[in-house]
Design a protein around this ligand. Structure first.
Ligand code: ZN
Length: 181
C-alpha cells in the first residue's frame, strides 16, 4: 500500500484489481464525501494508480506464463524428432567444423512440431560466455529448442572465441541463469 497525504491508500487485491482506501472520508452537509488533491497530489495518485495497474498486468502475465510452463512440462520431450536449424534432415557430417568460422556445418534442433508443444523456459536468443564476457546470438529454432528442452545440448559456440565450450561456461544475457539450467 502507498499512502497519499497520510490517509489515502492505493493497492492491489487478490483479484489483481486496484483498490483505493480512504478510511476517514467525512460526508459534507449533503452527505457527499470529497477527496481533494493539490495538482502534485493528483499527479502522484495518477502515478500510483498507473504503477499498480502495471503490477497487476505483470502479475497476470507471470501467472499465465507459469501455467503454460507447467502444461509444457507435463508433455514429455520427444528427442527423436530432430532436424537441422533450417528444417532440413539431420546429415551424418553436420558436426564437421567449418575452419573459417569454427562452427559446425549444421546444428541439430528439435523439430518444429516438438517445439510447438510448449516451452518450459523463456525463449532466449543470446548468451554470454563467462570466460571472455562476449555475447553470442542464435537463431529462433535453437533458442526454442533450449526453451522446450533446456538439457538438450551439452555445449555451445562462442562467436568471439570461435569455439564450442560446455554449457556451464555460459549464462543467458541479462540474467545469472546458466545455459542448460
Ligand atoms: Zn568466448
Amino acid at each position: 500500500m502507498d499512502k497519499i497525504t497520510g490517509f489515502l491508500e492505493v493497492g492491489l487485491n487478490e483479484g489483481g484489481e486496484i483498490v483505493v482506501n480512504h478510511p476517514d472520508l467525512k460526508p459534507d452537509e449533503n452527505g457527499v464525501g470529497h477527496i481533494v488533491f493539490s495538482a502534485n497530489q493528483a499527479r502522484h495518485l495518477a502515478r500510483l494508480l498507473d504503477k499498480h495497474a502495471n503490477q497487476s498486468d505483470m502479475d497476470a502475465r507471470e501467472r499465465r506464463e507459469s501455467e503454460a510452463r507447467k502444461a509444457a512440462e507435463a508433455i514429455p520431450v520427444d528427442r527423436d524428432c530432430l532436424v537441422l536449424t533450417d528444417g532440413s534432415p539431420v546429415t551424418a557430417d553436420h558436426r564437421e567444423i567449418d575452419p573459417s568460422t569454427g562452427q559446425q556445418k549444421g546444428y541439430v534442433v528439435l523439430c518444429e512440431a516438438e517445439r510447438q508443444k510448449g516451452f518450459v523456459r523463456p525463449v532466449r536468443r543470446s548468451y554470454v560466455h563467462r570466460t571472455c564476457g562476449m555475447t553470442t546470438s542464435m537463431g529462433l529454432a535453437l533458442a526454442e529448442t533450449y526453451a522446450r528442452d533446456p538439457q538438450f545440448y551439452s555445449g555451445t559456440f562462442c562467436v568471439y572465441c570461435r569455439t564450442h565450450f560446455p554449457l556451464d561456461q555460459f549464462i543467458w544475457s541479462g540474467s545469472n541463469d546458466v545455459l542448460g539450467s
